[in-house]
Design a protein around this ligand. Structure first.
Ligand code: COA
Length: 145
């Protein structure tokens, strides 16, 4: 696993406010309060903490995509980007996958995420039209290890 400064752990109810603040601060952030509250309560959110601050989180849903694990959402605080936090959270999800393959998706326009996935060895699965008009959803997968 990639060694960078910080710790990863499952988010608890006490972390919810910090996760919601981070969500509101991410530029792509539509307000996702209700959704994130449900995911934290379900134990499906892992956070990356550095010096007592939550600087990133990932939503990993077990067997939610055609019976395979799926990463719904990944976000890193703007001032902590390009420091390996997103890669570390994704790698942790691959490692913790309950199925032999894990999937995720992102908009074609999201260059940071598509580059991160390519660099981290995720394979392109296909693209879905009709979700965000003019901006297809690109689906990727990774073998668990
Ligand atoms: C996408 C995101 C999670 C990446 O997190 P991160 O912690 O900055 O990613 P990493 O530092 O692990 O980046 C790993 C690699 O991905 C690529 N990458 C990441 N951000 C990039 C950017 N802005 N431009 C180009 N390449 C980028 C690079 O290859 C990078 O390696 P390098 O820094 O050695 O060149 C972050 O930009 C983010 O939170 N974006 C807003 C939310 C979002 O779009 N989430 C994804 C869809 S759910």
């Amino acid at each position: 696993m990639t060694e960078i400064d910080g710790v990863m752990r499952p988010a608890t109810f006490e972390d919810l406010d910090a996760v919601l603040r981070l969500d509101r601060a991410t530029p792509v952030g539509r307000e996702r309060g209700e959704y994130l509250t449900a995911r934290v309560n379900a134990g499906e959110v892992v956070i990356f903490e550095r010096a007592g601050q939550i600087v990133g989180y990932i939503v990993h849903r077990t067997k939610s995509f055609f019976g395979r694990d799926f990463v719904d959402l990944l976000a890193v605080a703007t001032n902590s980007r390009r420091d390996g936090v997103g890669s570390a959270l994704l790698e942790n999800s691959v490692h913790d996958s309950s199925t032999e393959r894990i999937f995720t998706s992102t908009n074609r326009s999201n260059a940071p995420m598509t580059k991160l996935l390519g660099k981290s060895g995720w394979q392109f699965s296909g693209e879905l039209d009709g979700i965000d008009e003019g901006d297809p959803e690109l689906v990727y997968y990774h073998d668990a290890h």
